[in-house]
Design a protein around this ligand. Structure first.
Ligand SMILES: Cc1cc2nc3c(=O)[nH]c(=O)nc-3n(C[C@H](O)[C@H](O)[C@H](O)COP(=O)(O)OP(=O)(O)OC[C@H]3O[C@@H](n4cnc5c(N)ncnc54)[C@H](O)[C@@H]3O)c2cc1C
Length: 426
């Protein structure tokens, strides 16, 4: 009898885990409330219409069926780890080994009116809806203000796409960030570099300003100012899903704490991978870490089955690409930065906590080649972890199912080298 492995969540972590498990040895079922895997790192491009929803979705059922696994669509409402059972609104599923990979919810920091009046920026459907609202706003004779709340990676990439749509039309765009600068998690020169773009584009940048309340037509700041806002986009960043605490896998409002081998503290048959988990050494919540965690869980499940000792998950450093519409794209890795049109002017601190990797959608810039390669191999992490990797040929992973829907857009050249004038070391 094959052990029953139940994977909750068909995102980066859950799907990579399920696909790494052999159906010959495990009866794998993956559960997701959505029928498709969603490629979240490129959803900002839906705002401008550069991408269509179908390009960022991959149906889970056939992908899993190809590997001999089952897919069940449904929202998990409770996990009973003592009884080894997962509960849906109707029905339940039992398991021998559970992998929890339900990602993250959207943080609203308890700000009133966010759920009712701001447009969230967290899924394909939500970003497509923002794009539709933006285009309808632009059809008005005098479009009102677009307000983006949050100046992290999501807010910056969203702003880049809003500016792409705006072109040379004249309507007010404001970005509000509670921290002292753009991209609080990245080195300061990168934030300044993008702030200079904002200034040139006439974007009102309000850093150090917390939002207190959102209404249908306004955004009220803690400092007392009230902005009229025709479209408010909320990019609050990740927050733990309530399911974790409700099921006893985490303390209220916290992520699920896991050991370095990704097992839930105190439960050898429960793994947590991707955004939902909190390692002893916290990691940036990024797609490439989620993928690696999912694959590590699969290896651990196989090792346990063979009676072998657990191994620690060792995250690898990868570059981070920050897209800014058609204006710019910045690649960060360790102590190196590449920016598309200009050199960054100052060095950043030698040690930085934000060492993560993302995609860069910028068809007019050299970094776009890298982005296309990333999208083609999508979740397969074609870039190695060494600092010189950005100039190395990329290799396609073995039978990556993610690559298939995008195969027609594969670049013919898979190597990318930064033009010397765009390279900046410190
Ligand atoms: C706007 C945005 C931009 C981003 N940009 C980048 C980037 O450029 N680079 C990068 O590396 N990372 C980026 N990230 C982060 C990256 O997308 C996440 O780190 C990654 O998706 C985490 O993978 P995961 O598998 O843990 O969760 P997810 O990919 O979120 O998958 C979780 C899955 O669980 C399912 N699920 C949740 N709750 C339930 C339930 N109760 N029942 C059933 N199913 C459930 C969901 O439907 C979903 O399919 C971005 C994230 C966002 C939101």
């Amino acid at each position: 009898m094959r052990p029953r492995v139940l994977v909750l969540g068909g995102g980066f972590a859950g799907l990579s885990c399920a696909l790494a498990l052999p159906a010959s040895r495990f009866a794998v079922t993956l559960v997701d409330q959505s029928p498709s895997f969603e490629f979240l790192p490129a959803i900002h491009e839906l705002v401008s219409g550069l991408k269509r929803p179908a390009e960022l979705r991959l149906p889970l059922k056939p992908v899993l069926a190809r590997e001999g696994h089952r897919f069940r669509r449904g929202e998990v409402v409770a996990i009973d780890s003592a009884a080894r059972r997962v509960q849906f609104a109707k029905g339940s599923l039992r398991y021998d080994i559970l992998v929890v990979a339900v990602g993250a919810a959207d943080a609203d920091f308890g700000v009133s009116g966010v759920r009712e009046h701001a447009m969230p920026f967290k899924s394909v459907a939500q970003c497509a809806a923002i794009g539709r609202r933006l285009r309808s706003l632009l059809r008005e004779p005098r479009p009102g203000r677009v307000t983006i709340v949050g100046g992290g990676l999501e807010g910056v990439e969203c702003l880049g796409e809003v500016l792409r749509v705006r072109g040379d039309r004249d309507f007010p765009v404001t970005l509000v960030e509670a921290g002292p600068r753009l991209l609080p998690g990245a080195p300061a020169p990168v934030g300044r570099h993008l702030a200079a773009h904002c200034e040139a584009a006439g974007v009102e940048l309000l850093c150090g300003e917390a939002v207190e309340r959102v209404t249908a037509k306004t955004v009220k700041l803690a400092g007392g100012r009230r902005l009229r806002s025709a479209l408010t986009i909320w990019t609050g960043g990740p927050a733990p899903r309530p399911l974790l605490a409700e099921s006893g896998l985490a303390a209220p409002g916290r992520w699920a704490a896991v050991a370095d081998n990704l097992r839930l503290e105190g439960a050898d048959d429960v793994f947590v991978a991707g955004d939902s988990g909190e390692l002893p050494q916290p990691l940036a919540r990024q797609a490439y870490h989620a993928l690696a965690m999912g694959r590590h869980c699969a290896r651990e499940i196989e090792r346990a089955e063979r009676g072998r000792a657990p191994r620690a998950f060792r995250p690898a450093e990868k570059p981070q690409l920050i897209a800014f519409g058609e204006r710019d794209c910045v690649l960060l890795q360790g102590r190196h930065a590449l920016a598309s049109p200009k050199r960054l002017s100052r060095c950043w601190p030698p040690r930085t906590s934000n060492r993560s990797y993302s995609m860069a959608p910028n068809p007019t810039q050299p970094l776009a080649t890298l982005k296309r390669a990333w999208h083609s191999y999508a979740t397969a992490l074609a870039i190695s972890s060494s600092p010189s990797a950005v100039a190395r040929p990329m290799t396609a992973p073995r039978a990556s199912p993610y690559a298939r829907p995008m195969a027609d857009r594969l670049p013919t050249t898979r190597a990318w080298t930064a033009p010397p004038s765009h390279k900046c070391h410190w």
